[in-house]
Design a protein around this ligand. Structure first.
Ligand SMILES: C[S@@+](CC[C@H](N)C(=O)[O-])C[C@H]1O[C@@H](n2cnc3c(N)ncnc32)[C@H](O)[C@@H]1O
Length: 391
C-alpha cells in the first residue's frame, strides 16, 4: 500500500526513493508488506519527499487513526455521495447438499465462504474457527497456505464478516490462531463484535527461535455479538496438583478453607489443554488437530443443549464430534476430503469415552484420581480444612 501511495512501481523507483530519502530499501519494504505506517524521522522524510500530508498517507495506506475513523464516520454521507458506491448485489446462491448428516448435524464439503452464503442471518449460537495459519503447510485439500499477509488477513475478514452475520445476537465467536494473526484479526473483530477475552492456551508449537521469545501459547479470541453473551457458564477446574506426588503445586496458605470444593475459576490462561500428538488420539495425519478438551470447554461455556454450533474449518471434525456428543446441533464444512470426519463419526464412542474421562476431572477441586492418595498421605482436602476451621 505504501508503494502505491508513493507511486513506487518497480525495483528501480524503489531504489531511487531509498537513495533520495536515506531510508533503507529493506525498511521501506517492511512498511509496505506489513502495512505499517512509518513513524518518526522516516515519516517526516516521506512526507517531505512525497508532498503528501500525514492524513493522505494514512488514507492511502489504510492505516487510519481512531480520530480519522471518527471523522470519516461523521462525514460518511458526504463521502459516500462523492464516491457514489454502486449498490451491492447479492449473488444468487446455489443449494449445497451435505455429504454426511447425523440427527444433530450436517457436514458439507466445499469452501466455507460458499456454504456461509446459504446460512441465514442471526441463526447460530456459537462459532468456533480454527483456520489454516498461513505457515505454508501442506493440507490434504491442497489449499494455498502461503499467502501474502494482506491476502491472508483479507480472506480472514471475509469469513469473519459472514460468521458474524450468521451469529445470533448474544452468540459467541471464538478464533484459534497464532498471536501474530490474532492480534490483527482482533483489530477487525473489534469493529463488529464485543471483545470478551484473549485466552492464552499454553502449548509449545515451535522450537525456540533465535532473537525471539520462545513461542509457547496459541491465542483463542473470544467475542460476543452485542453487549453480553446469551450463555456464559464456564466449568470450574481443579487446583494445581502434582501428578506424581499428589501434593499442591501452589501454596494456598490460609485460603484453603475458603476454596470452592467445585474447583477454581477458569482464568484467561489455559495450562491444561494437551496438544494432540499421540497417534492413539489422532483422527487424521498431520499436526493441526485440536484436543476435544478444548472444544468441550468452549461448547460448555457458550452454548446449551439444542443450540446450533458452526465451525467453518472442519479438519478432523473435533468441533462436530464434541457438539454431537454434547447434544448440540452443528453445521460443519471442510474444503478437502471429508472422509476423516465421517470415519470419526463411525467411531464416535472413542471420543465419547475420552470426553467422559476428561469431564471426571473438572468441576471439582481435587479430582477423584488424587483424592484418596491425598487422604492416605495426610494431605488436606476441602473436608479436612473445613473441619479444622470449624474447630
Ligand atoms: C487447522 S485445520 C482445522 C482443524 C480442526 N479444528 C481439528 O481439530 O481437526 C483447518 C482446516 O480448514 C480447511 N480449510 C481451509 N480453507 C477452507 C475453506 N475455505 N473452507 C473450508 N475449509 C477450509 C483445511 O483443509 C483444514 O482441514
Amino acid at each position: 500500500m505504501l508503494f502505491k501511495a508513493l507511486q513506487i512501481n518497480d525495483n528501480r523507483s524503489l531504489v531511487q526513493f531509498a537513495q533520495k530519502t536515506g531510508i533503507p530499501v529493506k525498511r521501506l519494504k517492511y512498511y509496505n508488506d506489513a502495512r505499517k505506517m512509518p513513524s518518526g524521522n522516516d515519516l517526516e522524510i516521506i512526507i517531505k519527499e512525497s508532498g503528501l500530508s500525514q492524513v493522505a498517507l494514512m488514507l492511502l495506506t489504510g492505516n487510519l487513526s481512531r480520530e480519522l475513523k471518527t471523522l470519516i464516520a461523521t462525514n460518511a454521507g458526504q463521502i459516500n455521495r462523492l464516491l457514489s458506491f454502486p449498490p451491492k448485489k447479492t449473488p444468487a446462491f446455489k443449494q449445497i447438499q451435505p455429504v454426511f448428516t447425523t440427527q444433530r448435524g450436517q457436514l458439507f464439503q466445499c469452501d466455507c465462504l460458499d456454504l456461509l452464503q446459504t446460512i441465514e442471518n442471526d441463526s447460530v449460537d456459537l462459532v468456533f474457527a480454527d483456520p489454516p495459519f498461513n505457515l505454508n503447510k501442506l493440507y490434504p485439500s491442497g489449499i494455498n497456505d502461503d499467502l501474502k499477509a494482506d491476502q491472508y488477513l483479507s480472506w480472514c475478514e471475509k469469513w469473519l464478516f459472514e460468521c458474524t452475520r450468521i451469529l445470533k445476537p448474544g452468540g459467541s465467536l471464538f478464533v484459534w490462531n497464532l498471536p501474530k494473526w490474532n492480534s490483527q484479526i482482533s483489530e477487525y473483530l473489534n469493529t463488529l463484535l464485543t471483545f470478551r477475552h484473549w485466552i492464552s492456551v499454553d502449548i509449545k508449537y515451535s522450537l525456540p527461535i533465535r532473537g525471539r521469545l520462545y513461542p509457547s501459547h496459541y491465542s483463542l479470541l473470544y467475542y460476543c455479538k452485542g453487549e453480553k453473551p446469551a450463555t456464559f457458564q464456564p466449568d470450574r477446574i481443579p487446583m494445581g496438583i502434582c501428578p506424581h506426588c499428589h501434593g499442591d503445586l501452589k501454596d494456598y496458605g490460609g485460603y484453603k478453607s475458603k476454596m470452592n470444593p467445585n474447583g477454581v475459576n477458569i482464568s484467561d490462561v489455559w495450562l491444561d489443554i494437551p496438544p494432540v500428538r499421540h497417534a492413539k488420539y489422532k483422527k487424521r495425519n498431520g499436526s493441526n488437530e485440536l484436543s476435544i478438551k478444548l472444544l468441550d470447554r468452549i461448547i460448555e461455556m457458550s452454548s446449551n443443549e439444542g443450540d446450533l454450533v458452526f465451525d467453518p474449518f472442519g479438519g478432523s471434525g473435533t468441533t462436530y464430534a464434541v457438539a454431537e456428543i454434547k447434544n448440540r446441533r452443528w453445521i460443519g464444512v471442510e474444503i478437502g476430503p471429508a472422509t476423516d470426519i465421517i470415519d470419526r463419526f463411525h467411531k464416535l464412542e472413542e471420543d465419547r469415552l475420552n470426553l467422559e474421562q476428561i469431564r471426571k476431572d473438572i468441576n471439582c477441586l481435587i479430582p477423584e484420581k488424587h483424592y484418596q492418595k491425598r487422604v492416605t498421605q495426610g494431605l488436606w482436602t476441602p473436608e479436612t480444612v473445613r473441619m479444622n476451621a470449624n474447630g
